[in-house]
Design a binder for this molecule. Structure first.
Ligand code: GRF
Length: 189
């Protein structure tokens, strides 16, 4: 059984999707052993409701060191599911190949520092893109730069705005995230 630790900052709908896919067997032989948030958020309540251990480590300078201390040794995969803090170089190097993130654009486009939430979708629309999507990638010390595991695309319609695009991208995230997790868990050590 593989142990997944999920890091969140927000509402946790992707967390919920991961939990559901473990229950349904779409993600096999795994469990969410711990949920960690870097701020008060609804995702913590979801963890609680699903009887998953959860904790809050306040965001800020010492976050990665604290995370390192509290992370169980038997953690197989760290999943960033709507997680807004930047992990330290030491941390990402130590857990290299075992941290994945979901980003709401087709990386390498519209990634990097400050590119999160509505800002991503707004930028995509302002750039006149014909498509957008979501990317699951390995986490390295470079923001949104790690190897891409899976991408899903959505079409941008003529009347699209940041809000409607965010909703479409969320839907594609629910499709690709469990597949990417299953894929990574199957990579031999
Ligand atoms: C997602 O759009 C994800 O790509 C981004 O944050 C959002 C998280 O949504 N990094 P939720 O908390 O899973 O609903």
């Amino acid at each position: 059984m593989k142990n997944i630790v999920v890091l969140i900052s927000g509402s946790g709908t992707n967390l919920q999707r991961i939990i559901n896919c473990i229950d349904s067997g779409e993600i096999s032989n795994a469990k969410v052993s711990l949920v960690i948030a870097d701020r008060e958020c609804y995702g913590l309540k979801r963890a609680e409701e699903n009887n998953i251990d959860n904790m809050l480590i306040p965001r800020g300078k010492g976050f990665s060191d604290e995370l390192e201390k509290l992370l169980p040794d038997d953690t197989d995969l760290i999943v960033l599911a709507g997680f807004l803090s930047i992990l330290s170089k030491d941390f990402t190097e130590k857990w290299n190949g075992k941290i994945i993130n979901i980003h709401p654009s087709l990386l390498p486009k519209f990634g990097g520092k400050g590119m999160y939430g509505t800002k991503v979708h707004q930028s995509v629309i302002e750039a006149g893109e014909k498509e957008s999507g979501a990317t699951v990638h390995f986490v390295t010390s470079g923001i949104d730069e790690g190897e891409i595991i899976l991408q899903g695309k959505v079409r941008i319609e003529a009347n699209e705005n940041a809000e409607t695009l965010a909703e479409k991208v969320h839907q594609i995230e629910y499709e690709i995230f469990p597949k990417a997790i299953e894929k990574v868990l199957k990579i031999p050590l």
